[in-house]
Design a protein around this ligand. Sequence first.
Ligand code: SAH
Length: 349
Amino acid sequence: MPDRPNLKNYSLERLRERFIGEGLPAYRADQVAGWIYQRGVEDFTQMSNLDLSLREWLEANWQSRCLEIDRVDRSTDGTLKAILFAADGAQIESVLIPETNRTTLCVSTQVGCAMACTFCATGALGFTRNLTTAEIIEQVCRMREILDAPRKITNIVFMGMGEPLLNLAAVSESIAILVHPKAFAMAPRRLTVSTVGVLPKIEELLAIAPINLAVSLHATTDAVRDQLVPLNRRYPLDALLGLLRQLDDVNHRRPVFFEYTLIEGINDSLEDAKRLPALLRGIPSKLNLIPMNPHPESAYRPPSEAVIDAFLRELASAGMTVTLRRSRGDDIGAACGQLALRRTGAAAA
Ligand code: SAH
């Protein structure tokens, strides 16, 4: 069968243009989007308010589904990790994190990752390809189907496999679909995109919509960051933080969420904690500390509780807004940095 385009690759604006180009009224595009995104109906034959001829045209020229769930693991803490496969057999992972007042979905943006961060299991996989917009959006569609009613996805973080800013076209189009009132109608505030710091793309990302920016920091010196995040050699700390300091889209209403993975003996010293406030001065921000989630691809370990506590106390006493992120789903290899398509068993004790 010739490759028919997937409807989910198109923002509403572009879908309307395509429909108009075919001589169809724009509202038909909105109706189709309503079925797919709001009602979760992907089968054209069930779109009962469309004429039969339109349904036939859709059936002949478009597709509406491209990802299937291969398997779902459920953590003892309620976190759900799914392995999904695309039409070409590529596999990715998505993670659902139900909490008391919200349910967060963590989506992947690439198959594997080219960034090769030395503590990240996805980094050890290497890069295969970018995901399409439809493949990013469809993680939302498939994952909401496995959520226990009446739970709904309230937040989406682009923190799964891959570097979102190296697939910005698809990420941008996905955000457009997530926030569009006729599609998922999510508030931009409920979306967060995380990057290791692909400098030339950050402004473009922030211009898409008032979403949250997360930046994977992980170190207070270039020597250590070079070792953990190889991209730092191209865009060192000064350049990264200097840019964030200048951006109008970064402000107290829209702070940067810095992620700092604490690794024993590497970036967990009191000197590191003391350097952080000065390093981040002038950047409205919040800091998330994530104790290293161990996995077989890395020898790095999390620090002891005492060291984590001391680090946290030092930052708090310097007046920083800092939270310790509890690991979720690490018994099923679903925690930050553990996404690497292990099919059997737990990641690490
Ligand atoms: N490439 C983007 C998006 C992935 S976000 C980025 O790196 O920001 C995934 C987050 O988990 C990043 O902050 C990453 O640094 C962190 N992470 C990776 N491996 C980890 C590990 N083993 N333990 C804890 N956090 C990890």
